[in-house]
Design a protein around this ligand. Structure first.
Ligand SMILES: [Zn+2]
Length: 303
């Protein structure tokens, strides 16, 4: 799933490439991605709106949309790319294949050549003849259009904890959260209500850098330990942002290109491979049905 560095990379790309553009048409073959509205109504509502800004909130992409003449209030289109969704900017033509419509890429390079970019579920046609497409193999992405009040008040945004890169996410704050719980630390770091933006990849990576075992109990961690976790999270997110994210599997940027953090990752999805620091094989454990990878030597479980 795209986490803070991947979503921010996409948002930064979108700001450069589609801000100021007007949506002149819409296509989808997967209407279930659009929530609270039919594809026909959504298509009508979105048409002729100009993309005035794009922001990231946690792992959500927020499009601010307005009529060209600014005659009506700003609307928000919230997109959560979920497991395998990612935006691409290119050109596609719609072809019929055994009765179904499919989007066929006309863009040279990875958007056409890399199969992870080929699952186009929706296309926003822009007024510069470019198209904003959403590729999503698993079809779990979510798109909601509404007023600023509606979207800001929705469960998607109102329950988000402080952004992992913000000043509000600090050692005092996280220590007070962890002291109130008596649970394993790793899944708490992934709760978007605790801090927004961190997921499984950067949760594993941060705990490695902080030398904290993912199975450590939250209450057992000292203020110093928690300080290490917070600075590790910020450090790893910034580094991954510089490297344009992690593409172990699906994630691509708006050019269809891979990120390169996965080439330098320490532990995430590296079961049995040697630790980059001490050479010990990386271990994998399941915590709440999800995999966690760690080095048993660099991240000992303190008794
Ligand atoms: Zn190690």
């Amino acid at each position: 799933m795209p986490e803070l560095p991947e979503v921010q990379t996409i948002v930064d790309d979108l700001k450069k490439r589609v801000r100021g553009r007007t949506i002149v048409g819409f296509w989808t073959d997967t209407p279930k991605i659009i929530k609270h509205s039919s594809a026909a109504v959504f298509s009508k509502q979105i048409r002729n709106l100009t993309i005035v800004d794009i922001q990231r909130r946690g792992k959500n992409v927020i499009f601010y949309l307005q009529q060209r003449d600014r005659s009506k209030e700003v609307k928000i289109m919230l997109v959560h790319q979920k497991m395998t969704g990612h935006f691409l900017i290119g050109k596609w033509i719609i072809k019929k294949s055994s009765g179904k419509e499919i989007a066929v890429s006309q863009t040279k390079g990875p958007i056409t050549l890399d199969k992870y970019n080929s699952y186009i579920r929706m296309i926003f046609y822009l007024n510069n003849r470019m198209q904003l497409g959403l590729s999503d193999l698993r079809k779990f992405a979510k798109v909601i259009l509404g007023s600023v009040k509606e979207i800001e008040g929705s469960d998607d945004l109102k329950n988000l904890g402080p952004d992992a890169l913000s000043k509000d996410f600090n050692a005092d704050y996280l220590y007070s959260v962890l002291q109130k719980r008596n649970k394993v630390v790793k899944p708490i770091l992934l709760e978007q209500g605790v801090t927004s933006g961190v997921g499984n990849i950067y949760g594993d990576e941060s705990l490695f850098i902080a030398k904290i075992n993912p199975l450590a109990k939250s209450k057992s961690l000292s203020k110093k330990d928690v300080g290490k976790i917070v600075s590790a999270i910020k450090k790893v997110l910034k580094r991954a942002l510089k490297l344009r994210g992690t593409s172990t599997i699906d994630y691509r940027d708006t050019y269809g290109e891979r990120g390169s953090y996965d080439k330098v990752r320490y532990v995430y999805d590296r079961k049995d491979l040697p630790c980059r620091v001490c050479g010990t094989p990386i271990k994998r454990v399941k915590i709440n049905q999800r995999s966690s990878c760690y080095c048993p030597r660099c991240q000992p479980l303190k008794k």
